[in-house]
Design a binder for this molecule. Structure first.
Ligand code: 3H9
Length: 709
C-alpha cells in the first residue's frame, strides 16, 4: 500500500484547534487497506501535532463509512487490521469525535464506537443509518463492535442490533445510547466542528468506550441465554448468529482485551466459513444483475402512469407494487364485477397493513387516489407502460396485445406477465414488437423481490432499460432473461421438480424429500410448495402438454392420481399432505403413500432407500445442469443471474449463494461425475450440459463467467 494511495483516500486539514480527518473512498467509503492505512497515519499526525487539540472524523459523499471493504474478504490480509486501527483511534490522547451522516455500518460504526464522542446527523433526504449488519454476510462485527456496542447501549439491545442486522436512524441511535448527540443537517464537517469546539470549550476529556463497565452483568447474561435459545430456533442453519452471542457473552464475562481476542478468533471462524462466501456472493450478485448490455446503449423512457390488465391475484399484486412506487395505475377488467374484485384484492393488502399498524388510513386513501379502474381499453391510451396479467393462454394474451396495439400511444411500453409463454409470438401480434417485453412478477407480486425481465428478439434497448428502471422504483431485484419455455426460473424448476418426482417413484417418500430439501436450508420442500400453490395449476399444465411430451421420456403419474381425487393442497385440505381443519402445517398422509406404492407397483419399480444427502445430490445436480444450459444458451447472462433468480424467487438458501455458486463450492468435477453416474439409469433426462463439461475440462468454474455483461 503506497503512502500516496492512503493520503488520497484519507485527507487531513487543520481547522482552528481541530484536525479534520475526512475519508474519500467512493462510492461508500469502504475501509479498504488504503483507508485503514490513511486513518492510522492521520491519528499519528494528530498525536504529533501541537496545533491539534481534538480530532474530527467524517466521511465525504453519501456515507460516513459503509464498513469493511467486502471485496477484500477471502483475499490475503493486508495490514493494518481494522481492530488495530480502531484501537489506535481509541488510544488517542486527544478527544476524537465522529460526525456521522448516511451509512455507518459494520466496520464504519466500529470506527465511530472507538471515537470518544459521536454525533449523528438527521435529515429528511439522507439521515444517518447506524448498524452492525455483518450477520447478513455470515460474519460478526470484528473490529470491537461486539465489545464496545454492549458497553454503550446495553447487552440486550446491542445483541439484537447485531442479530437483526438492521440499522438504526440517528434518533433511534441517540435513544439507544449509541451516539451522544443528534442534530438536523446534511453537512457532517460543519456539525462536527461545532460539536468538537463545544467539547473543547468545556474541556471535555478523552472518554474511551473500552473503559465503560457493563451494566447489570447477571441480568445481561440471563438476557443472552434467552436470546441464544430464540436464535437457535430461528436461525435455520446459520453459523454466525450463535457466534455473535458468544462474543457478547465474552464482553460481559471477560476484561476488554480478552473479549477482543475472543471476537477476533470467532470472526476468523466466520470469515473461513462457506456461508460467508455464499452470502457475500449473494450481496454482489444482487447488485450485478442490473448491469446489462442495454444500459450502456439507451436511457429509459419516462414512466409516470401505468395500466394493469387483469385484477386477479397477480394483477392486484402488481398494482400494489406500482402504487407503492408512487405511480398512478389504471386497472382494466372485463366487467364491473371483476373490477370490484380487483379493487378489493388491492385494498385487502392495505387493510392488512392497517390492521398490523404498519399503515394509517389517510396513507391508504392517498395511495388509492392514484388508482382508477375501467372496463374499457380506451382508459389506457395515455399511459406510459402497460402490464398484462390475464389468464395464462397464448391466444388470450395475443388478443389483449392486439387491443393494446390499437389504443396505446406510440412509445408506450407493452409488457406481459406471462410465466412461460413465447413472448416473441405475443410481440408478433402487434405492429410494434420493439415495444413489447416480459415482466415476470412472482406471487405475491407486492412481496416477492424477484422480477424476471424477459427480453424478446425485437425489443428496443430503451424498453429494456425502462423495465430495469421500473424494477428499481418498485424495489425489486431484476434479472434479465431470454425467451424460452419458463425463462430462467420456471424452466430450471420444471427439471429439478422432475428429479424430485423420479426420486419419489424410485423409493423416497414426498415427506423424506421435503425434509431433505428443508435440511439443506430451504423454507419448504417441493411437495409442500405444490400444496401451497395448488396442485391443480401444475395438473392443468401437464394435461395441456401431454400431446407434445416425448413418449420416451419418463413420466411420473403420482401427482395426477392425487389431483384426480380433488386433492389440490392447502385450499382443499388435502394434497401431498393432510391439512386438518384450518391448519397450514401439513401432516403426512398414509393414503398418499399408498398411492405412491401403487404407482411404483404398476411400473414394476422396487423401491430403494435414499439418504437425505443422496436426495440432495440428485435434486441439485438437476438444477445445476439445467442452469448451465440456460447460461450456455444465453437465456441467463451469467451464472450469477441464475443464482439471484433462485435466491430471490425460489427460496434457495441465501447462505449457499445460489445453485451455481453452490456448484462451484462443491466442485464442478463432482457434479459432473454425479450426472454421468445418474445418466446410466436415465440418459434422456440426465443429458449433460456441454458448458459444464467444458468448464471442467478447462479447470474453470461458473464464477469465471461472472464478469459484467
Ligand atoms: C464489516 O464491516 C466487517 C467488520 O465488522 C470487521 C472487519 C475486520 N465493501 O448497495 P449499493 C459497493 S462487513 C465494498 O448499490 P446503496 C456496492 O457493491 C461490512 N463495496 O448502494 C456497489 O458497487 P457497484 C458491513 C461495497 O446506496 C456500491 O458500493 N457493511 C460495500 O443502495 C453501491 O452500493 C455492510 O454490510 C462494502 N462494504 O446502499 C454494508 N458496500 O456500484 C453493505 C457497498 O460496483 N452495504 N459496496 O455495484 C450496504 O448495505 C449498501 O451498499 C449501502 C448503500 C446501504 C451502504
Amino acid at each position: 500500500m503506497t503512502r500516496e494511495a492512503a493520503a488520497s483516500v484519507v485527507q487531513t486539514r487543520q481547522q482552528g484547534d481541530v484536525l479534520v480527518v475526512s475519508i474519500h473512498n467512493p462510492p461508500v467509503n469502504a475501509l479498504g487497506a488504503a483507508v485503514r492505512q490513511g486513518l492510522l497515519a492521520a491519528m499519528e499526525k494528530a498525536e504529533a501535532s501541537t496545533q491539534a487539540k481534538a480530532v474530527l472524523i467524517v466521511g465525504e459523499g453519501k456515507a460516513f463509512i459503509a464498513g469493511a471493504d467486502i471485496r477484500e474478504f477471502g483475499q490475503p490480509a493486508v495490514p493494518p487490521s481494522l481492530p488495530d486501527v480502531c484501537a489506535r483511534i481509541e488510544a488517542c490522547t486527544k478527544p476524537v469525535i465522529a460526525a456521522i451522516h448516511g451509512a455507518a455500518l459494520g466496520g464504519g460504526l466500529e470506527v465511530a464506537l472507538s471515537a470518544h464522542y459521536r454525533l449523528a446527523l438527521q435529515s429528511a433526504s439522507a439521515g444517518a443509518q447506524l448498524g452492525l449488519p455483518e450477520v447478513n454476510l455470515g460474519l460478526l462485527p470484528g473490529a470491537g463492535g461486539t465489545q464496545r456496542a454492549p458497553r454503550l447501549m446495553g447487552v440486550k439491545a446491542a445483541a439484537e442490533l447485531m442479530l437483526g442486522g438492521k440499522p438504526l436512524s440517528a434518533k433511534a441511535a441517540l435513544a439507544a445510547g449509541l451516539v451522544d448527540q443528534c442534530v438536523e443537517g446534511t453537512d457532517p464537517t460543519a456539525a462536527g466542528l461545532a460539536y468538537a469546539n463545544a467539547l473543547l470549550a468545556q474541556n471535555a476529556p478523552v472518554r474511551r468506550t473500552r473503559d465503560l463497565a457493563i451494566a447489570e452483568p447477571a441480568a445481561a447474561l440471563a438476557d443472552l441465554d434467552a436470546l441464544a435459545a430464540d436464535t437457535a430456533r430461528k436461525s435455520r442453519g446459520l453459523f454466525s448468529p450463535m457466534k455473535i452471542i458468544e462474543c457478547v457473552r465474552a464482553a460481559v464475562e471477560l476484561p476488554f482485551d480478552e473479549g477482543m481476542a475472543k471476537e477476533r478468533a470467532l470472526f476468523m471462524e466466520c470469515l473461513d466459513s462457506p456461508q460467508r462466501a455464499g452470502l457475500i456472493h449473494a450481496f454482489f450478485a444482487e447488485r450485478e444483475t442490473s448491469k446489462i448490455p442495454e444500459a450502456r446503449a439507451a436511457a429509459p423512457r419516462p414512466v409516470a402512469q401505468i395500466a394493469v390488465i387483469g385484477g386477479g391475484t397477480m394483477g392486484a399484486g402488481i398494482t400494489v407494487s406500482a402504487l407503492d412506487a408512487g405511480l398512478s395505475v389504471v386497472m382494466v377488467e372485463r366487467d364491473a364485477e371483476s373490477i370490484a374484485r380487483g379493487q378489493a384484492n388491492v385494498e385487502k393488502v392495505y387493510d392488512g397493513l392497517i390492521a398490523k399498524g404498519r399503515m394509517a388510513e389517510p396513507a391508504k386513501a392517498a395511495t388509492m387516489d392514484r388508482y382508477t379502474a375501467s372496463t374499457s381499453y380506451d382508459a389506457v391510451k395515455d399511459v406510459d407502460l402497460v402490464i398484462e396479467a390475464v389468464f395464462e393462454d397464448l391466444d388470450v394474451k395475443k388478443a389483449v396485445f392486439l387491443e393494446l396495439d390499437r389504443v396505446c400511444k406510440p412509445g408506450a411500453v407493452l409488457a406481459t406477465n406471462t410465466s412461460y409463454l413465447d413472448i416473441d409470438a405475443i410481440a408478433a401480434a402487434t405492429a410494434r414488437p420493439q415495444d413489447v417485453i416480459g415482466l415476470h412478477f412472482f406471487s405475491p407480486a407486492n412481496i416477492m423481490k424477484l422480477l424476471e425481465i424477459v427480453v424478446p428478439a425485437k425489443v428496443a434497448p430503451d424498453v429494456v432499460t425502462t423495465a430495469f428502471e421500473l424494477a428499481k422504483r418498485m424495489k425489486k431485484i431484476p434479472v434479465r432473461a431470454g425467451v424460452c419455455d419458463g425463462f430462467i426460473g420456471n424452466r430450471i424448476l420444471a427439471v429439478y421438480k422432475q428429479a424430485a418426482d423420479y426420486l419419489m417413484e424410485d423409493g423416497a417418500s414426498p415427506y423424506e424429500i421435503d425434509a431433505a430439501v428443508r435440511g439443506f436450508g430451504y423454507p419448504m420442500g417441493p411437495f409442500q410448495v405444490t400444496d401451497l400453490a395448488g396442485g391443480d395449476i401444475g395438473w392443468a399444465t401437464r394435461k395441456r402438454r401431454a400431446a407434445t411430451r416425448d413418449p420416451k421420456a419418463r413420466y411420473v403419474e403420482i401427482a395426477d392420481r392425487i389431483c384426480e381425487r380433488g386433492w389440490f393442497g392447502q385450499k382443499t385440505g388435502r394434497g401431498f399432505y393432510r391439512y386438518p381443519e384450518g391448519s397450514r402445517a401439513g401432516q403426512p398422509d398414509p393414503e398418499v403413500l399408498a398411492i405412491v406404492d401403487a404407482e411404483r407397483a404398476k411400473k414394476g419399480i422396487t423401491p430403494r432407500s435414499f439418504t437425505p444427502e443422496e436426495i440432495m445430490r440428485r435434486y441439485l445436480a438437476a438444477m445445476v445442469n439445467e442452469g448451465a444450459k440456460v447460461v450456455d444458451e444465453g437465456i441467463a447472462l451469467r451464472p450469477l443471474d441464475v443464482d439471484v433468480t433462485f435466491l430471490s424467487g425460489y427460496g434457495f438458501p441465501r447462505f449457499r449463494g445460489g445453485p451455481m455458486k453452490y456448484a462451484d463450492m462443491v466442485g464442478l468435477a463432482t457434479i459432473l461425475a454425479d450426472i454421468r453416474e445418474f445418466a446410466k439409469e436415465d440418459p434422456l433426462f440426465w443429458q449433460l450440459a456441454p458448458l459444464l463439461e467444458k468448464l471442467v475440462a478447462e479447470g474453470k468454474n461458473f464464477d469465471s463467467l461472472n464478469k459484467a455483461a
